[in-house]
Design a protein around this ligand. Structure first.
Ligand code: SF4
Ligand code: SF4
Length: 131
């Protein structure tokens, strides 16, 4: 039987968002993610671990390093500050591939609302809480 279930409509547009989700403080990576990044950059896994990640708050947690950011204070080190795109898109961690899940992105809904009410199509909200 063919699968007649329709895929959910995607109701967000990452091209119109300055990558808010990449500013999460805890972008957790696993061994496979580090291996993928190491291969992408042609370095060994130990070097990739050191260069791209640091220890998170929880025991054993490894998270992506950040860089300074004009909108959100800090953001993932792999964001291109000009284009707001991911510079390691093909090698990005699993967690980035899965976010925000089917259908909606809460931040994008909020951003759309603010842009509409403020009549400013380029408005960027920096006050949305994600922790
Ligand atoms: S916050 Fe939402 S709309 Fe913005 S880049 Fe992330 S997933 Fe896309
Ligand atoms: S790896 Fe790419 S998609 Fe993931 S948080 Fe960093 S910039 Fe965003």
């Amino acid at each position: 039987m063919p699968n007649k279930k329709k895929p959910p409509r995607i109701l967000y547009n990452c091209d119109k968002c300055p990558a808010y989700c990449c500013s999460y403080a805890r972008i957790v990576v696993k061994k496979k993610d580090i291996a993928r990044l190491a291969e992408h950059f042609g370095v060994d896994e130990e070097r990739a671990l050191k260069r791209f990640t640091k220890k998170g708050h929880d025991k054993g947690e490894i998270i992506l390093r950040h860089q300074k950011d004009e909108h959100y204070g800090t953001i993932c080190r792999f964001i291109d500050s000009e284009t707001r795109g991911c510079t390691v898109y093909k090698a990005r961690p699993k967690i980035c591939r899965e976010f925000p899940g089917p259908g909606h992105c809460g931040y994008y809904d909020f951003l759309k609302f603010e842009r509409r009410t403020q009549e400013d199509k380029d408005y960027v909200s920096t006050t949305w809480n994600h922790d």
